[in-house]
Design a protein around this ligand. Structure first.
Ligand SMILES: [Zn+2]
Length: 305
């Protein structure tokens, strides 16, 4: 994508193996690698004896079995979900059935804005429409466990109901897909919102946590500075879009070709949705115009163009 962010792609955990990354923080990788999931989804186990599971992961039998195996002899007291994409939340129902633990999350899956006429979810396969948390979390809510406490940090943008979880009394934050060391997340309307995403990044720069454990890949070190790079990256992409449109009107495929040079072809659709997310934001801010609501088929021009 872009080399202006100091990405760290080192992450060698084999699927199914438990690794203690901090005292009282274990992680285990699901074997669901892909262009959006990197090596796969990372589930976390918090505490000892009476534990929480963060992001049980997709409906993957081997992963669910490995996760339950990892907590054998312990009591699972909480199941926390960062957001309702199918690589994070569907296994919650199975872990709940096996352990009796209640689930916690911001709410059911939803779009970031009302759908336009004729519009459906564009990445239908990614949304988990089954998940309903037993306990709904709002920004700032604290979940108390045995020897740990988690503060819910609302971080919409990648997904409207995205929550990060700060581990109280430590420098750790579980960042879900909001901030990851290996890549930026997809921000795809209507699930995602660029305006929300940028605000959620700004929010993290005002927090004290310095180490993030994301839903994919290894830890983010020096996190506030890394997040600042993320913000600069998106602002630069926004400038590229405005620069292209200053040359003349364009549709989204033309913008993707001009801006994403050397893009992995598997990511073309996601790149188009990311550009759409920027265009929605730019139209809302009065910098770009188009006929009707911003759409994947629309033609865009600078407001004074
Ligand atoms: Zn994910």
């Amino acid at each position: 994508m872009s080399d202006d962010i100091p990405f760290d792609k080192s992450f060698d955990l084999p699927p199914g193996r438990i690794e203690e990354v901090r005292p009282g923080v274990r992680r285990i990788l699901c074997n669901n690698p892909g262009p959006f999931t990197f090596k796969g989804t990372v589930s976390y186990i918090l505490g000892k004896g009476r534990v929480a599971i963060i992001d049980p992961g997709p409906l993957d039998e081997a992963h669910i079995a490995a996760l339950l195996d990892a907590v054998r002899g312990e009591t699972v007291t909480h199941i926390l979900v960062t957001h309702t994409h199918r690589d994070h939340s569907p296994a919650a129902a199975h872990v709940k059935a096996a352990t009796g633990a209640p689930t916690f999350g911001e709410g059911p899956h939803r779009a970031a804005r009302p759908l336009n006429i004729g519009e459906g979810p564009r990445l239908e396969s990614s949304g988990d429409r089954e998940f309903r948390p037993d306990n709904a979390l709002a920004d700032g809510d604290v979940v108390d466990g045995d020897g740990w406490a988690i503060e819910a940090v609302a971080t919409p943008g990648h997904c409207a109901n995205h929550m990060a979880f700060a581990l109280r009394g430590t420098d750790l934050l579980f960042s879900g897909d909001h901030v990851m060391a290996w890549s930026t997340p997809v921000v795809a309307p209507p699930d995602g919102s660029m305006n929300d995403y940028m605000a959620s990044l700004e929010k993290l720069t005002r927090r004290s946590e310095t180490t993030y454990f994301p839903g994919h890949g290894g830890m983010v070190k020096d996190a506030p500075s890394f997040v600042t790079h993320y913000i600069r990256h998106r602002r630069a992409r926004e400038q590229s879009i405005l620069h292209q449109l200053a040359k003349g009107e364009a549709d989204i495929p033309a913008l993707v070709r001009a801006i994403y040079v050397g893009l992995d072809p598997r990511l073309t659709k996601a790149a188009g949705l990311s550009v759409l997310a920027h265009l929605e934001d730019l139209v809302a801010r009065g910098l770009v115009r188009t006929e009707g609501p911003p759409s994947p088929d629309g033609v865009y021009r600078c407001f004074d163009g």
